[in-house]
Ligand binder design. Structure first.
Ligand SMILES: C[S@@+](CC[C@H](N)C(=O)[O-])C[C@H]1O[C@@H](n2cnc3c(N)ncnc32)[C@H](O)[C@@H]1O
Length: 264
């Protein structure tokens, strides 16, 4: 059974209690600029916060570990802030790698924006790594075109009929590896938290970049979605949340899942 540890407080401070190189994977979504007010303990968001957070994550991650950082930018005076990119570049500056820039597409559900541009319909899912990636369990649920194809291949010698080519029938598996744009129509589970990501999104990343019994950290736990996915997938979980009200929501939700069982 998964070992679950929930911590109330500021993740910059609380991560200091986590030993170096002890976390297999971080699955998280930080505040997006200052788009939302996260309650009385929240003192705003800026590089004075996200830089030390990324440094802390880099320290606690094991070599080969992954941090999935789900994020979007605010639009201020008609322009995007670009904070997401600054964060990705900072991860590289402190010694990490940008393994993949994946997209969380909302498929038209929950699109936002203004009349001066196209509707904003996605967020980034940066896959950060520390050293060479240690775990990748690809999800293969993309339907391939299954009609067999005939390919002509040169054999390097001439057949009796004078032909140098032979015909080969190419078949494919019914399902192949996913592309790196993932679409989730359903929003996150309705809780009193304003910015919940879909359980399936956390679930799919945790399967991809970790193994059973690994330890997963979410320093911005919110309503505890990453924790719920960890229970389902038998991973140990450490969640940190600053706001007392959201912390309570996460605690109750995780307790409920622990007694109820599987998500999917
Ligand atoms: C985008 S939400 C995460 C939502 C979460 N993924 C979920 O599905 O519920 C970001 C969370 O980070 C919390 N937060 C902001 N600053 C923090 C800090 N310094 N330490 C810990 N949590 C913080 C906010 O209170 C908020 O709940």
């Amino acid at each position: 059974m998964a070992d679950i540890k929930l911590i109330h407080g500021d993740c910059i401070e609380k991560m200091k209690d986590i030993p170096d190189n002890s976390i297999d994977m971080v699955m998280t979504s930080p505040p997006y600029d200052n788009l939302r007010d996260y309650g009385k303990d929240f003192t705003g968001w800026g590089e004075h916060v996200w830089k030390p957070v990324l440094e802390g994550i880099f320290r606690v991650l094991k070599d080969g570990g992954v941090c999935v950082w789900v994020v979007g930018d605010a639009t201020i005076n008609g322009s995007e802030t670009g904070t997401s990119f600054r964060q990705a570049l900072y991860w590289m500056e402190i010694g990490g790698n940008l393994h993949d820039t994946m997209i969380y597409s909302k498929g038209g559900q929950g699109a936002t924006g203004s009349i001066y541009g196209y509707w904003q319909d996605f967020e980034y899912m940066f896959v950060f790594t520390k050293c060479k990636l240690k775990t990748f369990n690809p999800i293969e649920d993309r339907k391939n075109a299954t009609k067999p194809r005939v390919r002509e291949e040169s054999q390097g010698h001439r057949h009796a009929n004078g032909d140098t080519k032979c015909k080969r029938i190419i078949t494919r598996k019914e399902f192949g590896r996913r592309f790196n744009i993932w679409q989730y129509h359903e929003a996150g589970t309705r809780t009193k938290h304003p910015a919940v990501f879909p359980e399936k999104l956390a679930h799919d990343h945790i399967i991809s970049w970790s193994n059973e019994n690994d330890t997963i950290l979410d320093p911005f736990m919110g309503s505890g979605t990453t924790g719920v996915a960890c229970i389902d997938l038998n991973r140990d979980f450490i969640g940190i949340e600053l706001d007392e009200g959201y912390f309570k929501i996460a605690e109750d939700r995780i307790q409920e899942y622990q007694s109820q069982g599987r998500l999917f």
